[in-house]
Design a protein around this ligand. Structure first.
Ligand code: ADP
Ligand code: MG
Ligand code: MG
Length: 875
């Protein structure tokens, strides 16, 4: 018989898939003899079962939960609903991968009108008992019944006004009793029934709510962002309560074994005396640093510090721990590998190697490749920073430099960002609803909340700069402005944040690019390069991009898009002349004007890249992209070009395409107008000869024909290239080698790759087009419907961001095999957006590609991802 429920004592740390991260670690900590309140875990399989059973909990599973509940009652000597010694539990979600703040915890479950009296008698503290009860009603209503927390907060505020007090702590026992009455009344009004009094009903409803929350929109967004599969499900932990809010000898806190912002090795955290659960992270009161606990409760502090050290040594990684102190006794409520900034991730990984805890390969696997992004982006320009005035200071919650326009809501952030503006999101505090707005912001500034507030944790996870808890700020959401140091800032005004110091600047402060080659970053990347087997190239169209990419460790260029240079300066004129040409003669004349530009660009790139491979792709986009579409623009251009508007209108009309993505483009252009390929070949070969003649390096051009579908097509274009190239090389008198290859980006090319390889000397997978053409939808239009596909769980991720390994990947794999069967020595790469996506990089490693090519800023990410792929899947 399947087992769906495990006591903490039955589980262990390796049962993460079944028990979720939280459950597995609670079990592990109790096995290690640490003080963990007793409890049990309902497995992720029970969650899957819940969904399979049409969102109901099967009677067998419920029975099993009840058995474990009975055991818990026995172990704790407390009973559910007891009038003398009631058992109270927390119900906590816990997926395999930690999803912070995504699913809500219910505390103090088990309280009802009679148990609360028992609890008051037992603790001798009616205020505390009723406070616990009102908190429970609030949480249960919010999480299980979807009654907004805010409404309850309003009831509390109302009572505080009536009593003339400011803080919750100033409310007395009778006030708490009154709150309970009012809460229950409100509940009944809203729900049409009484607040559930049977603790077992409360428990089952709460378990269901956790299962349900696995599918809430917030969780779905988070999963998509982090590539967490939907079918994993979440576990539920039921744990007997301990009370950090039972008086001044109690408290609750969170701490890391190392500083999650910098990686510095020292206990780092915060706590609040006389507080419960989320109080620390919710930013209600400002917590004290953990170091203060050493003075306030030295015994507890020493015990905690000792446990922290043991946990770090046990898990061999920085731990993020939650603890509660009840009446001077310490309880551990959670431990997990702590989220950290990119800088901290590098330092911790390298330090752990130096401390002999892990080896280099393990260190390489410890850093999330995508995180590196945060380190590749600008910091403040030192000179500009000197001149800038600090107008306020908050906590340095997530490092980095941010400069942007003030916005006050996630919606505004998204709107401004969609217009290409940089924004800084300013909030009283953030909540999970703000995630998408936080994602598009350069920085986040909050008025309330500590280092472990929602804003701080999420920003660190995203690698976004965050300054939290700047209490001097007065926000007026309605007026869309905030005031700080006597000055008002409105929506759209510029501010800058330094997430490493907490400084706030009331102006735009210039930023400078970062240096990834040195320090911890340099050491870790050195190890990555040692273990990876995939080459990492870049997509670069200009010497400037090429230089940037080389600085980031690119070993070559996998894609030079020649047309990108066509738009610059005078070239566009020559391009347009070429397009309107009425015959080959005229077209050649226009192309002759383009030739020196192209050749100069290629020389510039060759000079930056030296002998590193450079793959140059021939003209790819449809020609109409170089012409205007609006009548007035056409008229203006015609006048410029000295032709009639009618003539130009005719050309534009003749080039019009219903579906340009599938139109007159790629090598079809070279088939129709071979003189274009001739000119491009002349430019490439001349550039290579000139740079080679300078004597520093020998250039070996790699010429790439786009969008091939057939070997005959490839052969035709290749002959144009070869005859032109060979003639120029013969005239030059130097022995220049070159290769002609193709992109595989049309499904037919993938199917016929074996034949195409008889002509093509190398392949590069253009997975953007290959994805579009395999799915039959375009990247530009897919945004309109992909949302529905995610909601309905038909697709779990964007196939343009993460390579569709099942479908598109199958074509890639086929083409690799067929190509190599024809031409075993041929090199193959990928140059679509996927080249910088870690899971896609792993796929490329597995199918045996030679290299991946991605944009310059993703080169370090791809290097690290390639190393992880090689360590996990040795070739
Ligand atoms: P999250 O995954 O959002 O961190 P948790 O399940 O860890 O949610 O619960 C949130 C907080 O609730 C914890 O930090 C802890 O302070 C409190 N909590 C959870 N279970 C208990 C318990 N059994 N006793 C006391 N406090 C608890
Ligand atoms: Mg937690
Ligand atoms: Mg393409």
């Amino acid at each position: 018989m399947a087992k769906f429920v495990y006591d903490f004592s039955e589980g262990n740390g390796s049962m993460r898939e079944l028990l979720g991260g939280k459950g597995a670690n609670l079990a592990e900590m109790s096995n290690l003899g640490m003080p963990v309140p007793q409890g049990f875990t309902v497995t992720t399989e029970a969650c899957t079962q819940y969904y399979n059973d049409g969102r109901t909990i099967a009677p067998e599973i419920e029975a099993e939960i009840m058995e474990h509940l009975a055991k818990l009652e026995e172990k704790t000597g407390k009973q559910f609903g007891s009038t003398t010694n009631p058992l109270l539990v927390s119900v906590r979600s816990g997926a395999r991968a930690s999803m912070p703040g995504m699913m809500d915890t219910i505390l103090n479950l088990g309280l009802n009108d009679v148990a609360v009296e028992g609890f008051a008698a037992k603790t001798g503290n009616p205020r505390f008992a009723y406070d616990s009860y009102r908190r429970f009603i609030q949480m249960f209503s919010d999480v299980v019944m979807e009654l907004s927390k805010k409404r309850f907060e309003e009831i509390i505020d109302d009572l505080k006004d009536k009593k003339g007090v400011k803080q919750d702590v100033e409310l007395a026992a009778d006030d708490m009793k009154e709150l309970v009455v009012r809460f229950k009344e409100f509940y009944k009004n809203e729900k049409g029934e009484d607040f559930p009094q049977d603790p077992k009903v409360q428990l089952m409803e709460a378990v269901k709510a956790v299962f349900r929350s696995w599918d809430n929109p917030r969780a779905n967004v988070y999963r998509r962002m982090n590539e967490i599969p939907y079918d994993w499900g979440t576990a539920v932990n039921v744990q007997s309560m301990v009370f950090g809010n039972s008086g001044n000898n109690s408290g609750t806190g969170v701490a890391f074994t190392r500083n999650p912002a910098t990686g510095e090795k020292a206990l780092f955290g915060e706590y609040l005396i006389n507080a419960q659960g989320e109080d620390v992270v919710a930013g209600v009161r400002t917590p004290s640093p953990i170091s203060k606990l050493q003075e306030e409760m030295p015994g507890v502090y020493d015990q905690f510090a000792d446990i922290a050290t043991r946990l770090e040594q046990h898990y061999k990684d920085m731990q993020d721990m939650e603890f509660t102190i009840e009446d001077g006794k310490l309880y551990m409520l959670q431990t997990r590998n702590g989220k950290r900034t990119a800088a901290a991730a590098l330092k911790v990984a390298v330090d752990l190697v130096d401390e002999g805890m892990i080896d280099e390969k393990e260190a390489v696997c410890r850093v999330e490749p995508k995180q590196l992004d945060a380190l590749l982006h600008p910091t403040f320009d030192a000179e500009a920073l000197k001149k800038a005035a600090v107008v306020g200071k908050g906590l340095a919650a997530s490092p980095g430099a941010a400069c942007g326009r003030v916005v006050f809501t996630a919606e505004e952030a998204k709107e401004w960002a969609a217009r290409g503006e940089k924004v800084v999101l300013v909030r009283l505090e953030t909540s999970p609803e703000d995630i998408e707005g936080m994602q598009v912001s350069q920085g986040i500034l909050t008025v309330r909340g500590g280092m472990t507030s929602h804003a701080a944790v999420v920003a660190r996870g995203m690698g976004t700069c965050c300054v939290s808890g700047c209490g001097d700020i007065v926000v007026d959401y309605a007026a869309k402005q905030f005031t700080l140091a006597g000055k008002a800032y409105k929506e759209g005004d510029w501010i800058s944040l330094d997430g490493s110091t907490g400084n706030i600047y009331g102006e735009a402060v210039a930023t400078v690019p970062a240096d990834p080659g040195s320090g911890y970053f340099g050491r870790l990347m050195g190890w990555a390069d040692k273990y990876r087997q995939l080459g990492v190239y870049t997509n670069a169209d200009t010497p400037r991009d090429a230089k940037q990419a080389v600085a980031f460790g690119a070993q070559g260029i996998g894609l030079v898009r020649t047309e990108h240079m066509f738009f610059e300066g005078d070239r566009i004129k020559a391009v347009r002349e070429m397009i309107v040409a009425e015959n080959t003669e005229e077209r050649k004349k226009a192309l002759a004007k383009l030739l020196p530009y192209q050749q100069g660009d290629f020389e510039g790139i060759y000079e930056v890249m030296g002998e590193r491979p450079v793959v140059i792709r021939y003209l790819d986009p449809p020609l109409h992209e170089f012409l205007p579409t609006k009548a007035e623009d056409i008229a203006e251009l015609a006048a410029d070009m000295g032709i009639t508007a009618e003539r130009l209108t005719e050309v534009v009309a003749s080039l019009h395409e219903v579906n340009p993505m599938m139109g007159f483009r790629g090598c079809r252009l070279a088939v129709a107008y071979p003189e274009i390929a001739e000119m491009q070949t002349t430019a490439v070969i001349n550039a290579a000869i000139n740079v080679t003649k300078k004597g520093q390096y020998t250039i070996k051009p790699e010429i790439m024909i786009p969008l091939t579908t057939d070997v005959k097509e490839m052969k035709y274009v290749k002959e144009v290239v070869v005859s032109t190239a060979d003639r120029i090389i013969a005239e030059s008198g130097i022995d220049l080698k070159y290769e002609v290859g193709t992109m595989i980006e049309d499904p037919r090319a993938a199917l016929l790759a074996g034949e195409i390889a008889t002509e093509a000397e190398f392949f590069s997978f253009g997975t953007n087009d290959l994805t579009q053409l395999t799915f039959g939808f375009s990247r530009d239009d897919a945004g309109k419907f992909l949302g529905y596909y995610y909601d309905k769980k038909i697709y779990e991720s964007d196939p343009f961001a993460h390579l569709d390994q099942n479908g598109v990947g199958k074509l890639v794999e086929m083409a690799v095999k067929a190509g190599k069967a024809t031409r075993p020595e041929m090199h193959m790469g990928i140059c679509g957006e996927h080249g910088g996506d870690p899971t896609s990089v792993e796929f490329c490693h597995k199918v045996g590609l030679t290299y991946v090519s991605c944009s310059p800023f993703r080169v370090p990410i791809a290097r690290l991802a390639a190393a992880q792929a090689a360590i996990k899947n040795p070739r």
